[in-house]
Design a protein around this ligand. Structure first.
Ligand code: FA5
Length: 343
């Protein structure tokens, strides 16, 4: 026998009420206080009670079926609201855990751009047969100055404004002391780089920081010439910046090299036209360099008649500025995550 229209209508209302309760429960930020839900659905004049009132219009069989359905719905609403209001959230329906939602990703760290660059530099020089040496950042005056042919009172000490820890202990002003420490413990041939932090009382500006990094290079053997130095630096420049980069050597002075030079790389920002990074010159100073002064060989007991060598000390931040197109060295040390996350 076909169901009566009242039964069909009631069936639709039961289904609709089920949906309405589920929506009210999943209300997100608009979550309704549970007391209000209880009144709305289970109260004396609430929706469930409204369904029960319609049973009188049905046949006996229909009434049995629909009565069971409404009771089942009432129980499921009651159990969903059970315990609601007893939590600290003052009556808001407690959210159920949904394992299908994507999780909250914790912020992920990354390597500092200078760390990545130092790795690249080491990799480049390893390929050219250099090994990596290390030395202390808190250094004696002997290694930082004396053994590099910079005796007390020598004007060259003024070239590097020094942080003194005590009379004869300093924060190293350059990585050159590692040259001495290496030669003291190793016989030629020597071919090392020594990356590390250096400290100077330089006033911070766009290209100077009181803490910065250098990569020292030292190569000593029989028959080493300035041409070997130029070849290695050109190779390094091309590895880092591609075949278009230009390098230039300018005469300079360091007490521990003779002859001495400084070398520059062409400015990538302005392609050599002149800008604030290269201070209008088209070139960025990268490093001091030269042939190891025989007097330094005397300090470490190398035979300066037999051996020659070259050395260089590059500023790592200057290379990073050129490579990553960063206009101000201070950005590398401010640890602003917005800056660091770009690399
Ligand atoms: C020296 O420190 C020598 N020891 C380099 C050297 C090694 C010469 C071996 C010969 C043989 P200088 O003071 O010029 O040289 O510094 C070398 C490089 O370090 C500079 O070219 C620059 O790139 C970088 N540098 C120096 N001071 C700072 C600073 N305050 N901030 C950032 N980079 C700096």
């Amino acid at each position: 026998m076909a169901n009566s229209p009242s039964f069909e209508k009631l069936q639709n209302e039961i289904t609709a009420l089920e949906g309405a309760f589920k929506d009210a429960l999943d209300g997100g930020s608009n979550a309704e206080p549970c007391e209000s839900l209880r009144i709305r659905f289970l109260g004396r004049k609430g929706s469930v009670s409204g369904l029960f009132k319609q049973l009188g219009a049905l046949t006996e069989t229909e009434r049995k079926t629909a009565g069971l359905q409404i009771n089942a719905l009432k129980e499921s609403i009651q159990s969903a609201l059970a315990g609601c209001g007893s939590s600290e959230n003052a009556g808001v329906v407690e959210r159920t855990f949904d394992p299908t939602l994507p999780g909250d990703m914790p912020p992920i760290g990354r390597y500092h751009p200078l760390t990545m660059l130092l790795r690249e530099i080491k990799s480049c020089f390893r390929r050219m047969g250099f090994s990596v040496a290390d030395g202390p950042e808190v250094e004696t005056e002997y290694y930082n100055f004396e053994a590099l042919n910079i005796p007390k009172g020598h004007p060259a000490r003024e070239m590097q404004d020094t942080f003194f820890i005590s009379d004869d202990i300093v924060l190293r002003t350059h990585t050159s002391p590692v040259q001495i420490r290496t030669m003291e413990t190793q016989k030629p041939p020597v071919r090392i780089i020594a990356p590390g932090r250096c400290y100077r009382k330089d006033t911070p500006d766009a290209t100077h920081s009181p803490v910065f990094h250098q990569v020292e290079g030292l190569c000593v053997d029989e028959g080493i010439t300035f041409a070997d130095l130029k070849g290695v630096i050109l190779n390094f420049a091309r590895y880092m910046f591609g075949s278009d980069v230009k390098i230039r050597f300018r005469p300079s002075f360091f007490p521990f090299t003779e002859p001495s030079a400084e070398y520059d790389f062409s400015c990538r920002f302005c392609s050599g036209k002149g800008c604030s990074v290269c201070k209008g010159t088209g070139w960025v100073e990268i490093s001091g360099a030269g042939m190891v002064n025989p007097k330094v060989f005397d300090y470490v007991g190398y035979d300066s008649e037999k051996y020659t060598g070259y050395a260089f000390g590059m500023g790592v931040e200057r290379i990073a500025m050129l490579l990553y197109e960063v206009h101000d060295i201070r950005l590398f040390f401010e640890n602003d995550a917005r800056f660091l996350h770009q690399f």
